[in-house]
Design a protein around this ligand. Structure first.
Ligand code: ATP
Length: 224
């Protein structure tokens, strides 16, 4: 593979892995896609730079693929937790600089962090949380997860909030959440919002807080 741009490998071509591989390839990156299933490899053959069938729990097989020379390896094996852990361990031993692993549950995630995964992702859990935020409040524009327990949400000011000030709304005491900034339509953003200025319908609040408390706040102001 030519040097220059970052080079990736994706191991496990289920829905998540193949989607990661596909987007990286679309963005012009070189991607090595690996799966033990011939059929899955075949499906990716025309999409990525190299698609190879191999068992990633076989150290020799990974060595032969030259995986240690790549910058980032994504392990997207979900169901077979043992294979996911073994693969991560082997990649760590081979000295892969950055290993990102999809976890099936919290415990799996904990083990992966302990054995040296650089980043552990929980796509199903995260998407579930996003959907919950959107279902509870149609006014949620953006949701950024900071940690498993804390997020930033962008909330379009609903009608039952408009005209009130941050002091009156008292989010800190009522929901333990903080309004970090207020967007006044378009590009203008106030990063030191005043407590005594009435909110407008067109404003967007940028709020940081605990996921549970954010959901409660969204529920309390769930009308349009
Ligand atoms: P998704 O939800 O993203 O579809 P999943 O969490 O259900 O995926 P699996 O289907 O368990 O994940 O695994 C994804 C892929 O990983 C499968 O195509 C499977 O063939 C492959 N896989 C599992 N174990 C290994 C292994 N040891 N070596 C290589 N590939 C493997």
């Amino acid at each position: 593979m030519a040097k220059g741009k970052k080079q990736f490998a994706v191991i496990g071509l289920g829905r998540f892995g193949s989607s990661v591989a596909q987007y990286l390839a679309k963005m012009g990156y070189e991607v090595l896609a690996v799966d033990e299933s011939q059929e899955r490899v075949q499906d990716m053959a025309n999409v990525v730079t190299h698609a190879v069938s191999a068992d990633s729990t076989d150290e020799e097989a990974l060595k032969a693929l030259g995986i240690r020379n790549l910058d980032v390896v994504v392990v997207a094996i979900g169901q077979d937790i043992q294979a996911s852990i073994l693969t991560t361990l082997i990649l760590k031993d081979l000295g892969v600089p950055k290993i990102i692993v999809k976890a099936q549950n919290e415990l799996h995630g904990k083990v992966l962090s302990k054995i040296g995964a650089d980043k552990v992702v929980f796509p199903e859990r995260d998407m579930g949380l996003r959907v919950a935020h959107h279902l509870i409040s149609p006014n949620i524009i953006e949701h950024i997860e900071l940690s498993p327990d804390y997020s930033i949400v962008e909330l379009q000011v609903p009608s039952n909030m408009a005209g009130k000030t941050l002091r009156e709304l008292d989010f800190r005491v009522r929901f333990g959440c903080n309004v970090m900034a207020i967007k006044h339509g378009g590009e203008k953003m106030d990063v030191t919002p005043r407590a005594d200025k009435p909110l407008q319908r067109a404003d967007v609040l940028v709020i940081v807080g605990n996921n549970g408390q954010l959901l409660q706040l969204e529920q309390a102001y769930a009308n349009l």
